[in-house]
Write a protein that binds this ligand. Structure first.
Ligand SMILES: Nc1ncnc2c1ncn2[C@@H]1O[C@H](COP(=O)(O)OP(=O)(O)OP(=O)(O)O)[C@@H](O)[C@H]1O
Ligand SMILES: [Mg+2]
Length: 518
């Protein structure tokens, strides 16, 4: 074995493009050519613990352990030394790897030769290199200066690996931010909060106002009311607009994943944690983190988020290292968090931290004057998607939309109109004009359509005494007749156009006198 050759091999690897893991494995392999060890390890020093980076000749569990300095006097001595340490073969101090040698899995023999090199980078202890052998004289003839040089080079390898890893992390971080930004861009098309109702105007003012601060914002509102749009609006108007807004849907994650998504993890932190990974808090540094559906988080994760908010510190799962992140938090939920707090499902302390500035997005039924504007926007979008010429909405259809209660809010309006545009495109009216008519909304608006009075098409003159029931009947008659007209009297096709079950249509038409009783 050539000692110089070994040093040259380690030195050449310094500039090689290899992963940290391979770098460490190759170091131990090169070392084996110069030093006849049965087992060797490279450990990183973190506070008072040593964490294995690579091992050779040990049983697999050795890599999974963490070695506290206070529990392992030999490691502690190496850490306190500035030069390599060769333990005498009759040393009574226990060897940290006793019973873990792969050549002696049953642990029948004690390790007899043991040496350790402290690894320094710029005078700071960063790691430890150890070698063990069952042969008591294995390391006796190694010059101390040689071991010292190996220690210096191993320290350099660790530094290079750290630098490479920092670069890789940065690249990964940029990749993740880029993908969140792509998601942003995809949503940008409809990123304006449309509407002229007083409540929406007030909401837009509120957004601009709070955007200037760094307050945590809690966005409340029913499903589909526009909470995400509001959160994105706040970020876009804030001084952080040039940084990313990271998004996390808390509802879509089981507990175990939520923690790693939020805080990140280090390799081996749990089964399946194949590599190091930054969490969203870390990635959002300087920007905004949007925690959507925060009401779905478990109490356990809530406690962890609270800690980050209180202390501004994050730790990746499995790491001791404390990181700082400057993150503006926006949370949203459609739950009534106050009552969740009363029921013990949401932590009161976290609620108060989030509730510094609550913003309430009003449901669509409380701002029906916005429906026409929103409808115009969604119809135009639907029309573009289908490559259609101008699609209009009939006044009666618009009036119907105003009568409906909108439990699914703006998203429901969007969905219904997208379907209506498609239905209208299949039934062109006069001069090929595409018009959304009440029947295109029929199935979707459920009973709303049947309470729509006939006045919509034929205003009843003042004083004209027409009963509510009679107005409804007349409107329904009109819809059915028109559907039959479109479909040359074919009842099955008319039922399809009205999005009704055929036998229900038969029954209704019979009751309205449009069809003879069979
Ligand atoms: N005022 C508005 N102007 C234009 N589009 C809107 C408006 N409000 C909501 N939308 C659109 O409606 C859809 C639903 O909005 P958003 O996703 O923000 O709702 P949400 O409150 O987050 O819903 P959920 O509780 O289901 O997550 C989106 O496509 C959004 O662009
Ligand atoms: Mg949402």
């Amino acid at each position: 074995m050539d000692k110089l050759e070994t040093l040259a091999a380690i030195a050449l690897d310094l500039t090689a493009e290899i992963s940290a893991e391979d770098r460490y494995d190759r170091l131990l392999e090169a070392l084996h050519r110069a030093i006849p060890y049965d087992a060797a390890t490279l450990l990183r020093v973190e506070k008072n613990r040593l964490i294995p980076l690579a091992a050779r000749g040990l049983t697999p569990d050795a890599m999974g352990r963490v070695y506290e300095r206070k529990d392992h006097p030999r490691l502690d001595i190496i850490c306190n030394s500035s030069r390599p340490v060769l333990f005498s073969q009759d040393s009574s101090l226990p060897d940290p790897f006793d019973g873990m040698l792969a050549v002696d899995p049953k642990g029948l023999h004690h390790i007899h030769a043991c040496l350790g090199c402290p690894l320094y980078v710029h005078d700071k202890l960063v790691g430890v290199l150890t070698a063990d052998s069952l042969d008591p004289g294995a390391f006796n003839y190694l010059p101390e200066q040689y071991l010292h040089t190996i220690g210096l080079m191993a320290g350099a390898q660790m530094q290079v690996a750290d630098l490479v890893k920092a670069l890789e992390d940065k690249a990964k971080r940029q990749g993740q931010i880029a993908s969140d930004l792509m998601h942003d861009v995809a949503l940008q098309r409809g990123s304006d909060i449309l509407g002229q109702s007083a409540v929406i105007r007030k909401l837009r003012q509120e957004i601009e106002l709070v955007a200037k601060s760094d307050f945590t914002i809690l966005v409340l509102g029913e499903t589909g009311s526009g909470k995400e749009l509001v959160a994105r609006g706040i970020h876009r108007h804030s001084s952080r607009r040039d940084k990313a807004m990271l998004y996390l849907n808390c509802a879509a994650l089981p507990d175990s994943l939520a923690e790693s998504e939020l805080f990140g993890h280090v390799k081996g932190a749990y089964t399946g944690a194949a590599g190091d990974r930054a969490g969203k808090f870390e990635l959002a540094d300087g920007g905004t983190l949007f925690l959507d559906e925060i009401g779905e988080l478990s109490l356990e994760i809530q406690a962890k988020i609270l800690r980050v908010i209180q202390e501004g510190e994050i730790q990746r799962i499995g790491s001791e290292k404390v990181l700082h992140a400057d993150v503006r938090l926006i949370a949203a939920t459609n739950r009534d968090l106050e009552s969740e707090v009363r029921d013990g499902k949401f932590r009161a302390d976290l609620f108060h931290r989030l509730n510094v500035y609550p913003i309430f997005v009003p449901p669509l039924r409380e701002r029906k004057e916005d429906i026409a504007i929103l409808a115009g926007f969604f119809i135009e979008r639907g029309q573009k998607k289908l490559g259609l010429e101008k699609v209009r909405i009939a006044e009666e259809a618009l009036a119907l939309l105003s009568r409906y209660d909108w439990p699914g809010n703006v998203r429901e309006l969007d969905n219904i109109l997208s379907r209506a545009v498609l239905k209208a495109s299949r039934t062109p009216g006069k001069d090929d004009l595409l018009q959304i008519r009440p029947e295109h909304l029929a199935g979707d608006l459920g009973s709303a359509i049947y309470v729509a009075p006939a006045r919509l098409t034929e205003p009843a003159g003042a004083g004209q005494a027409i009963s509510f029931r009679e107005e409804v009947n007349s409107f329904q008659r009109k819809l059915i007749t028109r559907a039959l007209d479109h479909n040359s009297g074919n009842w099955a096709a008319a039922a399809r156009e009205l999005d009704m079950d055929r036998s229900n249509l038969h029954n209704l038409a019979t009751r309205l006198g449009l069809r003879k009783k069979k």
